[in-house]
Design a protein around this ligand. Sequence first.
Ligand code: SF4
Length: 341
Amino acid sequence: MSALAWLSQKLDDGRIACEACHHHCKLHENEYGLCGVRKVENGELRLLVYGIASAINIDPIEKKPMFHFLPGSSIFSFGTVGCNFSCKFCQNFDISQYPQEHHHEIIGSNLAPKDAVYLAQEHYCGSIAYTYNEPTVFLEYSYDTAKLAHKVGLKNVYVTNGYETHKAIDTLAPYVEGMNIDIKGYSQSFYKEICGASVKPVLDTIAYAHKKGIWIETTTLLIPGHNDSDKEIRAIAKFQADLDPSMPWHISAFYPMYKMQDVLPTPPSTLKRAYEIGKDVGLKYVYVGNMDDESRESTYCPKCKKLVIERHGHIGQYITNHLNDEGICPHCHYKLEGIWH
Ligand code: SF4
């Protein structure tokens, strides 16, 4: 199935400009965008993965990871094939790079927006996640789903690399309450050589989406020898603390993957070091992920420092939440930042 990729514009020279992400592809007839799932056909940009999900799961919301957003709830999660990045460490390369590596073939199961919403309700989910591959590349599909989900009281979460244009964020903001945005590094060389993108638009998107009122948590996968120097970790944490110290930061362990099989896994000492740096620059909420570390995956009240959400398990999926529905600390009555109901 394909649908009009309406976040696009016809140019005077006959090409179509995609307006979904910062690659700003300008395409002639029969050309594909860098993401491999948007193509000009008969003079219009088509989204080739509309209604075709490559992966569907009911996940604990902590897995996204979102720790300050309906904690302990289930989230209906799906994605398509295709991506606008080409990260050499991608954990989902089999779907994200599928069209690029298989002559533009599209694979997946039929999942219309209304079916996604129905299934989310049937499984008692509080929200829907657009995830596994980069949702910006299937923006129109996610938009239609999010709009329907909203009508029945479900929330929506984008798990994204942060390459959305302002126009894309403006489009999503009325229906998407939460985003987890990767800050994959802080240097242009890392983004260019490892991810096939640029760092500045990502930082700009985080600031813009935050300004639009979307609840944002960020994730940094620390890759030994590539983005784990004190200087780079501090720069990421400082950027975030300057923007909003109450924005949760997830620091995550890397395991050899895809085109980075020769890099060793992240040692626990690196995660601890990053955790300390995050705290040192003033971030209120820093979390360690992809590793059992109960003390650093739990939430402490920033005012009285007491434990308010206990998390256990590899992704912090087992929780005991001591906050009330408004996110109020039971000990000192500080209202923790987040979306709690
Ligand atoms: S979403 Fe795809 S087609 Fe559109 S600008 Fe980005 S890479 Fe290009």
